[in-house]
Every structure is written in structure tokens, then in C-alpha cells.
Design a protein around this ligand. Structure first.
Ligand code: PHE
Length: 448
């Protein structure tokens, strides 16, 4: 069956695809933004702790559900259920995750479209198309619809080709490019005046801020978004991996890559802000905090690139291409969630399902574009602040309370016979059963 429904052909393929899903605008934009607005290095520290202590265990729960079920999120969760109410609950959780992925894609596609339009701008300038270069970076319905359509087209084209020829092949191409671009940009920015001051702000924590509740909530939300939790995505990626692989170590490697790239992105963006300051750009808001959010990426950084003259055109182009690539390896995973469900449960051909669902999500993006001020924030909050934590928590409850213990342990052992001697074996099962759901619920309730 595994062969008929496709799967990753190698460990590297899985690692790059799962890391591709995890590494996205959340890492390269969200993480530095949150760092800037939450007191710099204190946020980085809390984020690291939460990513490994709460997000990684929840991430493992989703991967294990998928690998056990060898199917889309709903079918996988239902395979673990014995009673009728459990099967209904499984449907709610699995389908909820799929809807969550679709909602995220509907707004993520718009923002990714902006990244692409900002990559076109320096290019248009270079070839002397002044008017085009201005149009692509001016907010407007036509520009937003055009670029989100373009981004969705790319996403659909990859997913239509399936797991190995689409997701795996493109993750293997795009992820190394992304890492190389990121490192090159960091090296370049470090040579500029002001960078060391930025490094200082990024790496020296103000320890008094560490236990601020808002900081905790933001850091946990960021960690869950970054590992793509609560969206059925990691269940489906887990289902494409063979029983002979050591999932515990693969999961840890993906988490490590995700966290490291967020950290590297901060190393690029926060010092870039201080470089901009050295060139006379205002980087602090009226209340004294570092400018964050959209104006950081779409105003401060472009001003910095402009100040670099001809070189700035290349740097700006590279930066926004980096953003677009990161977004694309994530968006394909968001589309795979709903597509795998429709293909497997409703027996619809993959290419048709992909085009149909891609089109529906694009329509949703268009509705958001038409009501941008209100809907972008609304959909993003609904999906990432409510949907993701609730569904991730329910997945932990599923693993801890509904999945038969012996089957769970058997699944952990697959591909990893020595696991019985490890800390993971001793701690993770009860940790996921008790600590994760309670901790996620506490943070969630606080955020209300
Ligand atoms: N993890 C991705 C990022 O950091 C976003 C994402 C969320 C991807 C949910 C898939 C599912 O940008």
C-alpha cells in the first residue's frame, strides 16, 4: 500500500521535506519580528527552551500518528481508535487540522505573494522598467491577487507531481539554496557598519523579561507555528516515511534544523536593522521598541537595500527570493494535507484534487485580499492562535489516552530497536500524556 500511495525515497528526502515545511516565513520573518518586539535575546532563550520541551514532543506525536496509520490525517487517527465515539473524535481532530492547513495557506499565500513581488522589484529596476518596479511594491487589489495566484500556481504545480517527484524533489533543490543564500547574506551584512551593535541586541538577554507571560505565549505560539503543528501536515509527512527509519532521531534532526534556521534568520535580520540605523533609517517605534511586523520587512529592509546602490539591487533580490523559497517549501506541505485526504478518502485523482483544492484556497485568498484590513488578521489569528494549539493538544491527548499503549510503544520501536534504553522511551510517553496537554492548555488559556 505504501508504494501505491507514494512516499519519501530516502531519509534525506524526508528530512529536507519536513524541514522545508517547518522552515518558512515563520522562521525568517516571524521569529526575528517576535524577537524584536519581545525584548531581543530573552525571547530567543525562551523560544529555544519551549521548542525543545513542548514543540518537539508534540511534533513527535504527530509524526508517530502518521507513520502508524500510513494514511492521511483522518484515516490515521481513526486507525488508532476502537470505539465509535473515538472514531468521530478522530475525524474532528484530523479534519480540523486539514481545515487549519487550508486556512493558513489562504493567508500565507498572500504574504508569500508580497515576498515575490518584492523580489520582482529590484529585477524590474535593473532592466529599466521603472513603472513596473513601483507597481509591484504598491499595495493594491490587482497586485495582491496576481501575486497570490502566481504563488498558488507554483504550489499546485509541485503538489500535482506527488510526494517523490514533487515534494521531495523540490525540497531537495530549494532547501540547500535557502541555506546558502541565508549564510551569504549574513556574511555580507556582518561586514557593514552597525552590525555588531545589532548582534549585541540579539544575543545579550535581558533576563528580567524571561517570565513575562506575554513573552511565553508568543514564544510557544511561534514554536508551534514553526514546526507546522496542529495542521495535519506532520501526520501526513510522517505517513510517507518507512517503518525502518528511526523516527525519534529524524524528528530531532528536523527540529534542530528548524530552530537553527530561525536563529540564523535572526542573525541576519536584527543586525540588518542596526545597519539600517547606521545609515540613518529609523528603526525604533515611538515607544522605544524595535520596529517589527510588516514595516520591518517591507520598509526598513528595502530602505537599507536602496542605500547600498547597485549592490543593493542584488542583495534585495536575494533576500526576497530567500523569503519566497522558504514560503514555497512550507506552502506545499499545507496543500498536501487536504489533497491527501481527498485523494485517499474520496478516490479523486491527485492532479484533479490538487488543482481543485488549490483553486478553492486561492478563492479564499481573494476574499481576504478584498477585505485585507480586517480579514488577514482575523484568519491568521483564528488558524494560528486557536486552531493550531487546540489541534496539537488534541493530538497529544489522542496519543496519550486513546492509542493503545502497547501499539504506541511498538510504533516507537520500529526502526529503532535500542530505543528502550533511551531517555525518549522513559520520558516521552507519559510526558505527552500529562505534561504536553496541560502545558499547551495553560498557555492557550492565558492567551485568551
Ligand atoms: N512552519 C511554517 C513556517 O514557519 C508554517 C506552516 C504552518 C507550515 C503550518 C505548514 C503548516 O513558516
Amino acid at each position: 500500500m505504501a508504494a501505491a500511495r507514494g512516499g519519501f525515497s530516502s531519509r534525506l528526502g524526508f528530512i529536507l521535506a519536513a524541514a522545508g515545511s517547518a522552515v518558512g516565513l515563520g522562521n525568517i520573518w516571524g521569529f526575528p519580528t517576535q524577537t524584536a518586539s519581545n525584548g531581543g535575546a530573552a525571547f530567543v532563550l525562551v523560544y529555544l527552551v519551549l521548542a525543545f520541551c513542548l514543540a518537539y514532543p508534540a511534533f513527535m506525536a504527530e509524526l508517530l500518528i502518521g507513520r502508524y496509520g500510513q494514511a492521511n490525517a483522518v484515516t490515521s487517527l481513526q486507525k488508532m481508535s476502537r470505539q465509535a465515539w473515538q472514531k468521530r473524535f478522530a475525524f474532528m481532530v484530523g479534519f480540523g487540522g486539514i481545515i487549519c492547513a487550508a486556512l493558513i495557506l489562504s493567508f500565507y499565500g498572500i504574504i508569500a505573494g508580497w515576498m515575490m513581488s518584492y523580489a520582482v522589484e529590484p529585477f524590474a529596476k535593473m532592466i529599466g522598467m521603472q513603472q513596473v518596479s513601483e507597481w509591484v511594491i504598491t499595495q493594491g487589489i490587482a497586485r495582491n491577487v496576481l501575486f497570490s495566484a502566481l504563488f498558488m500556481f507554483l504550489t499546485v504545480s509541485i503538489i500535482r507531481s506527488g510526494v517523490e517527484d514533487g515534494i521531495e524533489k523540490w525540497s531537495k533543490r530549494l532547501m540547500p539554496m535557502l541555506i546558502a543564500l541565508l549564510v551569504l547574506l549574513i556574511i555580507y551584512v556582518m561586514t557593514l557598519e552597525g552590525a555588531s551593535e545589532g548582534l549585541d541586541a540579539y544575543l545579550n538577554p535581558d533576563l528580567s523579561k524571561i517570565f513575562e507571560p506575554d513573552l511565553l505565549v508568543s514564544a510557544l505560539g511561534q514554536a508551534f507555528f514553526s514546526l507546522s503543528l496542529g495542521t495535519s501536515v506532520m501526520i501526513i509527512y510522517g505517513s510517507y516515511i518507512g517503518k525502518r527509519e528511526n523516527l525519534v532521531s529524524l524528528g530531532a534532526q528536523v527540529t534542530l534544523i528548524d530552530v537553527s534556521i530561525a536563529f540564523l534568520a535572526g542573525l541576519l535580520i536584527i543586525p540588518s536593522m542596526y545597519v539600517a540605523q547606521a545609515q540613518g533609517v529609523a528603526i525604533f517605534a515611538a515607544d522605544g521598541s524595535l520596529i517589527s511586523g510588516p514595516s520591518m520587512v517591507f520598509s526598513v529592509l528595502p530602505t537599507l537595500f536602496e542605500g547600498m546602490g547597485a549592490m543593493g539591487l542584488f542583495v534585495g533580490f536575494a533576500f526576497f527570493i530567500l523569503m519566497s523559497i522558504a514560503a514555497l517549501t512550507s506552502s506545499i506541505s499545507m496543500l498536501e494535507g487536504p489533497v491527501s485526504y481527498v485523494v485517499e478518502r474520496h478516490d479523486i485523482e491527485r492532479t484533479k484534487a490538487t488543482t481543485g483544492i488549490g483553486f478553492l484556497i486561492f478563492l479564499m485568498s481573494t476574499i481576504i485580499v478584498l477585505n485585507l484590513d480586517f480579514m488577514l488578521d482575523f484568519v491568521a489569528t483564528l488558524a494560528t492562535e486557536y486552531g493550531q494549539p487546540i489541534i496539537a493538544m488534541l493530538c497529544c491527548i489522542f496519543v496519550g489516552w486513546i492509542w493503545q499503549r502497547s501499539e504506541l510503544l511498538e510504533e516507537i520501536k520500529q526502526g529503532n530497536e535500542q530505543v528502550e534504553n533511551s531517555l525518549f522511551w522513559k520520558i516521552w510517553p507519559w510526558y505527552t500524556k500529562f505534561v504536553c496537554p496541560v502545558a499547551i492548555a495553560m498557555v492557550f488559556i492565558h492567551s485568551l
